[in-house]
Design a protein around this ligand. Structure first.
Ligand code: ZN
Length: 175
């Protein structure tokens, strides 16, 4: 499940946190966005919309659906940071994000390049919010459901995001 590409993005997000001096739990994801030059705003968005990133000349704005759960908002900000950091070569544009975990299957209209960009942004977000080095510090023996719940609380991410992350790192067997 873990490919070379994911590892590279993982390394990028970890290096970024280290450089910004933000490699601690829970990760200050809004701090990361600000240090990347983005203004984070919270607004009433449609329920299926997580948020968006707008890059236009000097303006870099991340909008987050304020009606969503705080953990989901954190994931959205981390995801938009992924677009900002990984896809800077695309220049000025608007990235609109719907349900992160399903966009690949749902959004059949988007180009294959955009689909790849969404996968990359999700990988970046997972690495940013749940850095492997910090997860290892918090892991002891066999993981139970309660441990995953506790880890999710500690890292301020959803249990779903934590489970996916642990599986992708090979720290938890896929069920
Ligand atoms: Zn996206």
């Amino acid at each position: 499940m873990r490919n070379r590409y994911a590892k590279t993005i993982d390394q990028q997000s970890a290096e970024l946190l280290r450089k910004m001096n933000l490699l601690s739990v829970p990760v200050d994801v809004e701090g990361v966005a600000q240090k990347l030059g983005a203004e984070v705003v919270y607004g009433d968005l449609e329920d299926d919309m997580s948020g968006f990133l707008l890059r236009e000349k000097e303006v870099v704005k991340i909008a987050v659906n304020r009606l969503h759960h705080p953990n989901r908002q954190r994931f959205t900000i981390a995801h938009e940071c992924g677009h900002l950091y990984l896809h800077a070569d695309q220049g000025d544009r608007l990235w609109v994000d719907k349900a992160h975990f399903t966009i690949f299957y749902r959004d059949s209209n988007s180009s294959s390049g955009d689909k790849l960009a969404e996968i990359q942004a999700n990988q970046f977000a997972a690495g940013l919010l749940m850095p492997e080095v910090l997860l290892k510090e918090h892991l002891t023996q066999e993981l139970s459901d309660v441990d995953i719940f506790r880890l999710a609380l500690r890292f301020q991410v959803s249990e779903q995001a934590m489970t996916l992350r642990l599986v992708s790192l090979g720290m938890l067997a896929a069920t």
